[in-house]
Design a protein around this ligand. Structure first.
Ligand code: 5GP
Ligand code: MN
Length: 345
């Protein structure tokens, strides 16, 4: 049995809305990851089973390694089909906001979602949700939004309606947001849920292979190059990797090629904090990705130094300036956070 994590009143209210609604839009965050797409498609498959007209809309493209997911071809990209997406958003009776806590996380879609007349529900696990929805289901202690979607569907009494395809999507989100169940994954109920998803016929080993072991040769060579340039700061238990636009060009970089790189330095003994700085190819900025193990709060560092935020162990931000400036800011941040970086635990 699962603990009743989501408040009953919120489940009842959403179930009532659903009973009366035909057109439902599901929205997830910019640069969607496995949990954004997994939770959205997990909910989408369920709504389809209820004969609703549901559409998943995300701000921009998602990585190739998620394209095998059942339903991914029907995900609408806002930056390519804005007019059609705006119409769907305006006409939706319910808008489900998944895996983000603030309108700024959906970039150019924010205005349309804010202005939409439909009832809005947030289902998310990031800290400090903004109040922009009628129902806010926010549980930062739950490791993925996909898990919350599973819990919501079950609590509404529809476990039997979850299809194999829906289960594959939910599993993918749970797996990717925990690094293949290697962090944020000590809650034993996760494994109860996995057992339930396996009962739907999913092949979890095959999903792992499709997500993590289908990269291109150039991605692997890029990884080798990035690691050869890595800087380790032993006195701070930290490591830094970076990628300029020029370097991306040399390795035929395509979007998603550096996915997961930021985690690799954490495999060094005694490194508890990793930073990845990547020059963006679209916006004039450096995308900052931060990861930690243990108690080091990378979200605090992201907020104070890189205009960002996120989870304790996985966060990010943006930096407007040169790569050298970004590195200097990081080094200042390391100095400021030195006591926490050296704390045991
Ligand atoms: P990633 O490193 O995978 O891009 O991001 C990891 C996590 O950091 C995301 O799930 C999100 O919670 C947070 N994050 C990433 N970029 C930003 C940002 O620019 N602003 C904020 N507030 N959070 C971010
Ligand atoms: Mn997530």
């Amino acid at each position: 049995m699962l603990t009743k994590v989501i408040e009953q009143a919120k489940i009842d209210r959403f179930a009532r809305w659903m009973g009366h609604a035909e057109r439902i839009v599901i929205v997830a965050h910019v640069a969607p990851d496995g949990d954004a797409i997994g939770s959205s498609l997990g909910l989408w498959h369920f709504l389809n089973s209820q004969e609703k007209t549901a559409n998943v809309i995300v701000p921009n493209a998602f990585p190739d390694f998620l394209r095998w997911m059942p339903g991914s071809k029907d995900v609408l990209l806002y930056d390519r089909y804005k007019e059609f997406a705006d119409k769907l958003i305006a006409e939706a009776e319910i808008i489900c906001c998944l895996d983000f806590n603030a309108l700024s996380r959906i970039d150019a879609m924010a205005d349309a979602i804010k202005a939409a007349k439909g009832k809005k529900i947030l289902i998310d696990h990031h800290l400090y949700p903004e109040e922009f929805c009628d129902i806010t289901i926010s549980h930062p202690t739950i490791s993925s939004t996909s898990e919350l979607v599973f819990r919501l569907i079950c609590r509404m009494g529809y476990f039997n309606e979850i299809t194999k395809q829906g289960a594959e999507c939910i599993y993918t989100g749970m797996m990717t947001d925990t690094g293949g169940f290697t962090y944020n994954s000590n809650n034993r109920e996760i494994y109860f849920i996995i057992s339930e998803l396996l009962s739907k016929g999913i092949d979890k080993d095959d999903i792992y292979r499709k997500v993590y072991n289908t990269y291109s040769e150039s991605r692997l060579r890029l990884m080798g190059y990035v690691l050869s340039q890595m800087r380790v700061y032993p006195d701070y238990h930290a490591a830094l990797i970076s990628l300029t636009k020029n370097e991306q060009g040399r390795f035929n970089y395509i979007r998603g090629d550096s996915e997961g790189f930021v985690n690799i330095p954490l495999s060094i003994k005694d490194v508890v904090f990793s930073c990845f700085l990547r020059e963006d190819t679209e916006k004039p900025m450096i995308k900052v990705s931060l990861r930690s193990v243990g108690t080091f709060p990378c979200n605090q560092l992201a907020a104070e130094f890189f205009n960002g935020g996120g989870h304790l162990n996985a966060s990010g931000g943006e930096f407007y300036g040169t790569m050298d400036e970004a590195k200097r800011v990081l080094e200042r941040a390391l100095e400021k956070f030195k006591p926490l970086l050296n704390a045991k635990g």
